[in-house]
Design a protein around this ligand. Sequence first.
Ligand code: ADP
Length: 480
Amino acid sequence: MNNPSDSPYIEVEGRGCSPAVAALMLRLRVFCNLRWLVILGIIVITLVATGVFRIDFPTLPVYIICGSIALYNLVLHFQVRGLGKLPPELLVSRMRNYGIVHIVLDVLAFVVLLHFTGGVENPFIFFVALHIIGGSAILRRGTVYTIATIAFSWVLLLIGLEYAGILPHVNLGGFVSPTLYKEGSYLLAVAAALGSILYATAYMATAVTSELRKRQREVVKLREHLLQEKTGELEQASQQLVNLEEERSRFLRFLGMTAHDLKAPLAAIQSYFKVMLGGYSGELNEKQTNMLDRSSQRITELLSLISDLLDIPRIETGQILEEMKEVSFLEVLEHALEDLRDLASQQEVEIKTELPSALSPVHASAARLQQVMTNLVSNAVNYAASGTVTVRVAEEDNHIQVEVMDNGIGIPPEDLPRIFDDFFRASNVETKGTGLGLSITRRIIQAHGGSIWVESPCPETSVGSKFIFTLPKKHEAEGE
Ligand code: ADP
């Protein structure tokens, strides 16, 4: 949301400005830079006119005027730089005022220069229109017409004063006839051309710039609107997330309570079945024994599902953190494998281990890590049916890496993305199961700050599956 490219504001001198303000500031700077070029241009033209074309006119006043332009340009340059410190509400009006000062000074310098370089004889007289184009980039439409009128009347005044002999006329000797400035029809034609150029330029330039400004305002409005819309959507989405999170924790509480309430009566029923199956409540015939045995098996499955269901809220509510201490993973693995050897030999599966001689301790819950290893290895044994299961442990720089490989049925590729989801069972299994073992395993590993993934078929053997998980050597738990 705070991405600068999303903001309708532009960074100018370390502060956010609207595009209009940024554009004004940039144009004032461009004016200052252009003025240096203009000074250079005047000097070059003067040198070429006098040196190459041998046009005769006094050059000293020209250089003095260039010096004056350079002087006020320096002042204006620092004024423009100082604008950055002004409060935003003063910026636009102050910039426009500076713009008027810049252009009026330029027009004045132009008229004085014109006087010393032939007045009405100077073909560059029409360059006065460039001030109108510049002005339209910063000033309002009305002000641009005022500047055009000022420029026009000052040039007319100059021509008039020279014509009347009140101001001495400087002839561009060798370039035009010395009496041209006295020829009424020529003066009238220049005045008419100048007037029409000035006002036509004012009209065209202000029309274009006001259109541009309008578009700029529309773009800013649109971006602001989009930004508001995006912010609204984001707020809505984050509210939905909060609601979902609340709903989820309510559901987890409910799950925990229900599973807990179901567990006690089921355990009691199970113990009655065991008593009856043991023959302590009287002789049972074969059919009764069979039925009770099957019921007892079902209750065992149900109790295992309930203990899985109870695990989810316990892990999610951060109970693991309380159980964490420095643990030797190799010891945890040994305990887990001790319990699993029976199951493995029943299934004619051999469990092989590839272990380092020493391993850094991990900050973990020993009971939960044992649950992880039991889940992964018992799955490997169950889904291998016969063959080998390999458990490999390696130490890396920041974590230990554990791999459980089997050469069993593997996991179909389309099921891989969902294999760690709650209650998910792959399409190629027929045996009974809850589909919760892997999702609980993932939760435990993540609660330890590690990660878990699966590769199937196992890359080394091209059959079966390989479950890999990592455990950070030092878990960055809260408060550590
Ligand atoms: P359960 O084993 O009770 O079904 P799990 O969450 O432990 O539940 O496993 C989910 C599913 O992942 C299994 O049903 C099975 O399809 C697949 N699976 C897990 N481990 C293996 C394995 N080693 N080989 C093949 N499939 C596996």
